[in-house]
Ligand binder design. Sequence first.
Ligand SMILES: [Fe+2]
Length: 246
Amino acid sequence: MFFFSKNKPTLKDLIPQGHIDIHSHLLPGIDDGAQTFEDTLRLTKALQGFGVTQFITTPHIIQHVWENTHEGIVSKKTETIQQLAKNDITVPFNAAAEYLMDDQFVRLFKNQELLTLKDNYILVEMSYINAPIQLYSILFDLQVAGYIPILAHPERYLFYHNNFNEYTKLKRAGCLFQLNLLSVVGYYGSQIAKIAEELLAKGMYTYVGTDVHHDNHIKAFDQKLKLKDIQPLKEAIANNQFFKID
Ligand SMILES: [Fe+2]
């Protein structure tokens, strides 16, 4: 037993039965996630195998790259739910979006209602190259419009790694943080794992997400955690119950 207790758990060991995933790319053919319904089915089943019993999938909305509309996402979701049901998958399956914070996003939330994860919570991301120049004004206006931003995978923005204060500043500006689960097994590299561990240790994450796009992401759930202390991760995972549909 000593041998086993010394071993670190794998990521899938940490996911409890009844987990709610709030970040994934499972709708087929509308972004860089699932390309066909067969992909959707395989990825959904794999996540169910880890313990996920409710999905809020989040296709990208990025100007000039993934120009998804709210209507397009909702109709793809309806079609997907019907196809999943034909394959005996009837768990709650909702769709919101992962909004890239750019000029188009500002026009969007000023002119129409956003697709929320729940209530007024929305998932946002930024470019991996740099933060938008007007980031803090976007965050301010977004909250004036009544939304609570949840920033996807803050640990993946390398331009913040040597400027940790920016994370504190983002939190003070009203951003909640969502950890990508794959960050803590080193899927995106050891530097990102290290920043994730630091943000976890400081209690800065509120929620977690799988951000599953494809089979390689699923395979990485078999990898071991790179964390010294897994308690903050367990707490962030448990917080996802907030999104439970009764
Ligand atoms: Fe994503």
